[in-house]
Design a protein. Structure first.
Lengths: 184, 798
């Protein structure tokens, strides 16, 4: 991942030319002039939503408490509202727009209706954050135990309270992934 | 493995477990919400609005200097209370309507309490928006501009506690409405004593057994993740407002009447909305108006979005309830008396709905067989954030005292509270024991293991010496049967049949998460069985647009799931008649000689001589066959179904920590329209109530009136790690009018949970914790191990 990482240009800043950052967003590298195309104080969530129009991630609390803005940065789930855009220099960002529609996590969240657990989403506002947190969890641990799912997703708030359905969806996605990959 | 619900009448689509129809759109992040639409990439010339919030609990702006703010680069407009377009706005109330009906300014529900000014000069709580609003190129510039406004305040005395506010000499919060902070009698709620039947005083004096209780319900708040947001354009003479309001037509009415624009010049659009939970019932939002005025002044699109902190703008109605119940020794309840004092906060809004209207509704359908009733209530202005609705209005608070009181009365009578409740409660249209009530109680008791786990208060076994467990329950009548929705007026739906047999469904309602849109499509497919369609053949929009749509059925009262489906039954009947008429014309037959079933048209006399419907409809001008129906909900009084919640808790008596181990939620729905969605509501309601019962509350600094925890770190919402085992149980025992005879449950699912937890804690430790939320310091105090008022004790003042 991010093998083409460039030397940080912060140290080589020249008088006339603004510093640049390169961020790989859903597979495509983007080069941004600091101060013009991205502000030094700008959060990653703001860059993705307001400049790139990637509005799948949601900004709800904007202070790291709800998980609605979760994206995957170099394979790890991060809160994009608590990450500066320039911190992503030379790194790979995956937003929900970058997941294929047949991703087992997306499918499992969409289809959950196993009796007794409700659906995995209602209003859907927290869902992209949950999907990305679940994707990162399964990437790291393809076969999590129920307690590990609870712990792994405890940084996300679903006010509709679909926690039972979400836990089942992640479990189903895990079965599907493990089955496909032949992992234990 | 859970025990799935089985419908009493099997149908093809209604009553079946299945994925939500918006599931993939939402799970893949493609669903567009107001904040996603109001985005710079779509509206490059968009401005951001920010409004001033009061730092004082009660203060008036004496003077204002906005010069520096206006000169700040990036600022496009500064609007203040002194500007004529603001100053001429009529005084208003957030209580135009509870959302059930759409009303004009003159017919608003709480017109006696028009206590709100849009961008006025006086603040009534810390955080109140007033005075100045700015539009700028960036949010940061708008915020900076507000900081540059020089304000001279006249700081006024304030009061936070409703009992203090009722005392003579307390600072009046809204002298224009009431001199003593107590909300006066009004035509909707009634007087202070708003309900009497028989003679409660005599009933209590003559009762063989009397129980008394006090319960204090607090101020949890809705916390929809999708913070209030709108984008307004005002080009030439037409205003368009995209927002996450749950009511489109009512918003149009509000904007039209407050800004003096004809209805056809106001367009309101609501796409997907990220949660409602009653926050919209604070109603007609001032920010629509000042955002619109900024759009007018600048000629550009203006966006206004609450931050999370600004989204703490309303809470559930807090209420201090006292209750008394009198009974004969055999457990026949002869008298109920309830008295409440509610902290309305800074604005009246729907406080009197919560304190009077809703409890009176409960009395009608649950206390019908109790001869002596007295209910009185006092809504009191204070300088804290206003309160009224949150997933229900007033029912949770009444249930909290009712559940408590029944538990206490049963103990005095030496009865099982299940028997006491089944014996006494019900509506006027059936004799007790009410079948629905008996069914929910028995299902809940079985699933929680009542017979094995219930013991004398505090007498159960203790694990590890200190952890004691107990079970408790509470019950409540439904309040969203069809006849209870008659006030809505007509429900509008439309159907268009394309010549290829596919269907365009128009059943506008804002999708706030309840799943009623899935219900609508399922109801449509069910009603159009004669066309042989499935949900995949039906087109449905999740965006409500007042320019192109019929009137939206407001997403309130948890009732949209069946109200539109009932109207679709009528629409389908009309469509069928038109289909036969069209087929007759094309086939050279008489309509009365034809029939249509499963997508085939045939002569009644020769069913085998059939032609497929598209085959017939492809002839001629190919104009779709359309019907529109406006149907009032049936007002036939059919009573209501019941619901019950059971809780099992563990209390660590050394720390005072209560843990909910299991919740069982039982709802009789009449007809379960969409079980996956209904179970989602049942479980979701418990999650919300776990927070409300144990951790969630807004805390103020008593010295300054400043709220201390307007964020999700200090205001603690449960996450997946905090949730107990939750078992949803759906029943179909009662039945309403109409094809489905259903009853909404989305609000009611959490109504009884706090009382069930309260009673379970009492069962565990043998001591009462009357005040929500049930935090460790209160439990320790109840156990005599701490005094919250005494410094130096656990949970006491430092």
């Amino acid at each position: 991942m991010a093998k083409t990482r460039k030397t940080s240009r912060k140290n080589e800043r020249q008088e006339a030319e603004p510093a640049k950052v390169r961020i790989r967003v859903n597979g495509a590298w983007r080069e941004l002039a600091v101060g013009r195309e991205v502000e030094p104080s700008e959060t990653l969530s703001h860059l993705l939503r307001e400049r790139f129009g990637l509005t799948g991630l949601k900004l709800s609390c904007d202070e790291g408490a709800c998980g609605a803005c979760t994206v995957i940065l170099d394979g790890k789930a991060v809160l994009s509202c608590m990450t500066l855009a320039v911190e992503a220099d030379g790194r790979s960002v995956l937003t929900i727009e970058g997941l294929p529609k047949d991703d087992p996590v997306i499918q499992a969240f969409a289809h959950q209706c196993e009796p007794g657990y409700g659906t995995a989403l209602q209003c859907g506002y927290c869902t992209p954050g949950f999907v990305m947190a679940s994707r990162a969890l399964l990437d790291e641990n393809p076969s999590p135990a129920p307690e590990e799912i609870k712990e792994g997703l405890a940084g996300n708030i679903c006010r509709c309270g679909c926690y039972s359905g979400i836990a089942r969806a992640v479990w189903h996605a895990s079965r599907k992934t493990v089955g496909k990959g032949g992992a234990p | 493995m859970r025990k799935p619900f089985t419908p009493r009448q099997p149908r093809k689509f209604i009553g079946q477990y299945r994925p939500r129809l918006d599931g993939l759109e939402k799970a893949s992040g493609r669903a567009v919400y107001a904040d996603d639409f109001a985005n710079k990439t779509r509206f490059p010339d968009m401005l951001y609005a920010k409004v001033l919030h009061s730092p004082h609990p009660h203060a008036r702006i004496k003077s204002l200097d906005v010069g520096a703010a206006e000169r700040l680069p990036g600022v496009a407009a500064v609007l203040t209370y002194r500007d004529p377009e603001v100053a001429r706005l009529k005084p208003t109330s957030a209580g135009w309507t509870d959302g059930v009906d759409t009303v004009s300014y003159e017919r608003m529900m709480w017109k006696r309490f028009r206590d709100r000014r849009v961008l006025g000069d006086t603040a009534h709580w810390v955080g109140d928006d007033l005075g100045v609003v700015v539009a700028a190129e960036t949010e940061a510039a708008a915020e900076e501009a507000l900081r540059l406004v020089k304000i001279e305040w006249e700081v006024l005395p304030f009061v936070l506690d409703p009992l203090e506010a009722m005392k003579p000499g307390a600072p009046p919060v809204h002298p224009e409405v009431t001199p003593n902070n107590v909300l006066p009698a009004d035509p909707v709620g009634g007087g202070d004593v708003f309900l009497t039947k028989g003679d409660a005083e005599r009933g209590l004096a003559q009762a063989e057994v009397v129980a008394e209780a006090t319960s204090v319900y607090h101020n949890a708040t809705q916390c929809s993740l999708d913070n209030w947001c709108c984008l307004v354009t005002w080009d030439d003479d037409k205003l368009t407002c995209w927002s996450n309001s749950y009511e489109a037509d009512m918003s149009r009415m509000h904007i039209s009447q407050m800004l003096d624009l004809p209805l056809h010049k106001v367009r309101v659009v609501s796409p997907f909305v990220g949660g409602q939970f009653g926050r919209g019932d604070t109603g007609e939002q001032p920010f629509f108006l000042f955002t619109a005025l900024l759009a007018k002044r600048t000629g550009r699109p203006v966006k206004f979005k609450h931050t999370r902190r600004e989204s703490f703008h309303d809470s559930r109605q807090p209420a201090i309830y006292h209750g008394k119940a009198g009974a004969t020794k055999d457990g026949t309840i002869t008298t109920l008396h309830f008295k409440s004092v509610g902290n309305a906060g800074a604005y009246a809004d729907h406080t009197m709905f919560a304190l009077k209207f809703a409890p009176a509704e409960v009395a009608e359908v649950a206390f019908a067989h109790i001869p002596n009733l007295k209910m009185e209530s006092y809504g009191v202005y204070t300088n804290v954030l206003p309160a009224c609705m949150m997933r229900g209005v007033g029912n949770s608070q009444l249930n909290f005292i009712l559940g408590h009181l029944m538990d206490a009365l049963a103990e005095k009578l030496g009865m099982d509270p299940l028997d006491l409740v089944a014996k006494n409660f019900g509506h006027a249209w059936a004799q007790p024991p009410d079948k629905s009530l008996a069914a929910v109680l028995s299902a809940g008791a079985e699933r929680i293991g009542w017979a094995a786990k219930r013991h004398a208060p505090g007498r159960g076994p203790a694990r590890e010496g200190v952890i004691k467990s107990g079970v408790g329950f509470s019950f409540h009548p439904g309040w969203h049967a069809e006849w209870q929705e008659a006030r809505r007026g007509r429900i509008q739906v439309g159907l268009r049949l394309n010549c290829d047999g596919t269907v365009m469904l128009e059943a506008p309602t804002v999708e706030v998460g309840t799943g009623s849109n899935t219900c609508n499509v399922l109801g449509c497919a069910e009603a159009l069985g004669f066309l042989g369609v499935t949900p995949a053949d039906i087109s449905f929009s999740n965006t409500v647009d007042t320019d192109t749509g019929l009137k939206d059925t407001v997403q309130t009262d948890s009732a949209v799931s069946f109200l539109q489906s009932e109207a679709l039954v009528v629409a389908a009947r009309e469509l069928k008649a038109k289909v036969l008429e069209a087929a007759a014309g094309k086939l050279g037959a008489r309509p009365e000689d034809l029939d249509v079933a499963d997508g085939w048209v045939f002569p009644k006399s020769a069913p085998k001589d059939r032609r497929s419907l598209p085959d017939v409809l492809w002839q001629g001008d190919l104009v779709p066959i359309a019907v529109t129906v406006s149907r009032p909900p049936s007002s036939e009084k059919t009573g209501v179904p019941f619901q019950a919640n059971f809780a099992e808790v563990e209390v660590d008596t050394s720390t005072g920590q209560a843990r909910i181990v299991k919740l069982v939620v039982v709802n009789d729905c009449g007809t379960v329209m969409y079980p996956s969605g209904a179970e989602g509501q049942q479980i979701g309601g418990q999650c919300m109530s776990v927070g409300e019962s144990l951790t969630e509350e807004i805390i103020y600094d008593p010295a300054t009136g400043i709220p201390l925890n307007f964020n999700w770190i200090d205001y603690q919402i449960p996450t997946m790690a905090d949730i107990p085992d939750i078992e949803p149980v759906l029943l179909e025992v009662w039945r309403g009018a109409g094809e489905y005879g259903a009853c909404g449950i989305g609000e009611g699912v959490l109504t009884c949970t706090p009382a069930a937890v309260l009673n379970a804690i009492y069962n565990a430790i043998g001591a009462r914790v009357d005040v929500m939320p049930f935090k460790p310091e209160k439990i320790l105090a109840a156990l005599g191990m701490a005094d919250p008022g005494r410094p130096g004790t656990p949970g006491g003042r430092p």
